[in-house]
Design a binder for this molecule. Structure first.
Ligand code: FPP
Length: 240
């Protein structure tokens, strides 16, 4: 669990080639709002702002792929008003993404089953994927996403192709993330130390970072410090 006790400001870490893919479990929005006497949904709005800022920062420091856990297959069980507000925030976020298309270098990819999303959100997600296809930086937004469901979905796709025996590459090739490299680093804010059904296959060799900082409070400097720590780690991928 990383704490932030910064002494002097350091230059941002250079990630090019050393950290290709970072993934975020954006936890703590509800608590952030509650601490301020505000409804949980206010925390999600701030969470979306924080996400925009942090994802931009990732691009600025040379990270080509970022993935965010926006809404899990389990999140549907939250109060209807909270679910509706999150869907609305997402839709506004996508609207803004369309207006920023000419100035941003971001390719949007949605991980998860789109079938259950509200129709307008689903249509915007599909269109945004289409129009941003050629952009050099990738933002994967996990939406109605669960890692176990993703693996089952991939297996069923392979069965439908008539496969009777499969390789790891076959399976990776059918995951929602098939166009992204595996994450090098998974960051979870909000203090819990678990993966909550997020990128379970892809994170087999990822470095993990857990911080107590609530998602809307995570600053660009905090992220730089997390990444500096990551860059000092010796990744062995099962070797010596
Ligand atoms: C977890 O915090 C956060 C979520 C379930 C939703 C994340 C949504 C956003 C950041 C906003 C919209 C996203 C995009 C892609 C624009 P929590 O509600 O579990 O917080 P808590 O642990 O304090 O209750």
């Amino acid at each position: 669990m990383l704490g932030f006790h910064r002494k002097k400001k350091l230059p941002p870490p250079a990630c090019e080639g050393r950290l290709k893919h970072i993934a975020f479990i954006m936890d703590g929005n509800g608590r952030w709002a509650k601490k301020r006497g505000m409804p949980r949904t206010f925390g999600h709005k701030q969470g979306a702002e924080a996400m925009r800022r942090l994802v931009r920062h990732c691009g600025d420091i040379g990270i080509k792929t970022a993935t965010v856990y926006a809404f899990s297959t389990e999140n549907w069980s939250r109060p209807q008003e909270e679910v509706d507000t999150i869907m609305l925030i997402l839709e506004r976020y996508l609207d803004e993404a369309f207006t920023l298309l000419d100035v941003e270098n971001v390719r949007y990819v949605f991980l998860g089953d789109k079938a259950r999303l509200p129709a307008t959100l689903r249509e915007k997600a599909i269109e945004l994927e289409r129009v941003s296809r050629e952009k050099p930086l990738t933002l994967n937004i996990a939406l109605n996403y669960g890692a176990r469901a993703e693996i089952v979905h991939a297996c069923n796709a392979l069965i439908a192709e008539g496969k009777s025996e499969i390789t790891e590459d076959d399976l990776s090739g059918k995951l929602y993330t098939h166009e992204s490299p595996d994450p090098d680093l998974v960051v979870r804010t909000g203090g819990d130390v678990r993966l909550s059904n997020f990128l379970l296959w892809q994170s087999a060799y990822a470095e993990l970072c857990f911080t107590k900082t609530l998602w809307p409070d995570l600053t660009n400097d905090d992220l730089d410090e997390i990444i500096r720590d990551f860059l000092t780690r010796h990744r062995r991928f099962g070797g010596l």
